[in-house]
Design a protein around this ligand. Structure first.
Ligand SMILES: [Zn+2]
Ligand SMILES: [Zn+2]
Ligand SMILES: [Zn+2]
Length: 355
């Protein structure tokens, strides 16, 4: 992800900020501009805003989830009549808002979703709502399990469900330990589930890529139910790190694809962030104000160069974590087989992403 700064006082900002921590100006992210804008109200209406650095430019409104719950910082151009921003419009089910703890957890989930969407849109991957594409549009359901109705994190024909317990840090950490996982985050879940989505949307109908994907990940037509039963009975094969990014990926070709896909997004976003802080090794500059969002990831290099940078960067990441007495930020080892899986995803995204 690129870096952002306040156009009023030049303070560095994070993607999640909605007010400048130095000068207090209101901020909002414009997906059209691919940037955080520093805002002031227009003369005509206190509910419409203009970019202080471009006062003759577009006017914006705040997303209703920003006004009601302080849960969003994405803007809506006044030329559109939507109540919610591009991201919030994709949420179909959300937990009860009257409970503060659950509301706080939901806010974290929405923030992770906006990071996901930033990368997907930046890569030129289709992000359509169910209104635009009723059969295979993207929608999110953030649901709570009850005794009568357990909720499982998963994907079905564009609908991504997240069990809201995953937003509870204690639950998530306990589950991570229990399953022996190296890594478990909300963003990781969302990246994994959207991998299933893009498999269905892009790979499955592709005569060019489906056979190649089956060569590399295996034939996904083998029984998923049998695979689950076997995985939970026997666990992952002893030598799984030779061929898989995670133990979970060993379960079924679909899960291998989704785990590798999530990893590819981790890699691209983290490299993009490093480049924007001038941290990375010989990466293309992503400097420039108000450049189009797609410009950032459109500068992608060939896979080997990208992977080489990633390999070096992961040492920096883990070195920094260890200096702070924290566990490794990047607790993965990429085997040659996994590298080839990431390479295939890279080519598929390059070929099938639009825009
Ligand atoms: Zn400022
Ligand atoms: Zn919103
Ligand atoms: Zn999955």
């Amino acid at each position: 992800m690129q870096t952002f700064k306040c156009d009023h006082c030049a303070q560095l900002l994070f993607f999640e900020n909605n007010h400048c921590i130095r000068c207090g100006y209101l901020l909002g992210f414009s997906i059209e501009e691919g940037d955080i804008l520093t805002l002031k109200p227009t003369k005509d209406s206190p509910d419409t805003y203009i970019d202080v650095s471009d006062p003759k430019g577009s006017q914006y409104r705040l997303c209703t989830n920003s006004i009601k719950y302080n849960a969003c910082n994405w803007l809506i151009p006044t030329t559109e009549s939507h109540e919610f921003c591009v991201s919030c419009r994709l949420t179909e089910i959300l937990p009860p808002m009257q409970d503060e703890t659950r509301r706080t957890q939901w806010v974290k989930v929405e923030a992770a979703k906006r990071r996901l969407l930033y990368t997907l849109i930046g890569l030129g991957l289709p992000v359509q709502s169910r209104v635009e594409n009723p059969e295979l549009g993207l929608a999110f359901r953030f649901e709570e399990s009850t005794e009568d109705k357990p909720v499982f994190t998963g994907h079905a024909s564009g609908v991504i469900t997240l069990n809201m317990a995953e937003a509870n840090a204690t639950f998530r950490e306990n589950t991570r330990e229990k399953l022996g996982e190296a890594y478990r985050t909300i963003l990781g879940h969302l990246r994994h589930e959207c991998g299933h989505y893009y498999w269905e949307l892009l790979v499955l109908p592709s005569e060019k890529w489906l056979p190649k994907a089956r060569d590399v990940f295996g034939d996904e037509r083998v029984s998923y139910q049998d695979a689950i039963a076997k995985h939970y009975a026997d666990g992952a094969p002893a030598n799984w790190t030779n061929s898989y990014i995670s133990a979970y990926a060993t379960m079924h070709p679909w899960e291998d694809w989704a785990e590798s896909w999530a990893h590819y997004l981790h890699m691209l976003d983290t490299l993009d962030t490093a480049a924007s802080y001038d941290l990375s090794m010989k990466s293309p500059s992503t400097k420039g104000r108000h450049r189009h969002l797609k410009a950032s990831m459109r500068h992608r290099q060939d896979f080997d160069k990208l992977f080489e940078m990633w390999y070096s960067l992961t040492f920096v990441l883990n070195g920094l974590s260890r200096s702070m007495g924290m566990p490794d930020s990047y607790p993965f080892v990429i085997s040659d087989t996994v590298k080839e899986k990431l390479r295939l995803i890279h080519h598929i995204v390059d070929d099938l992403a639009v825009g």
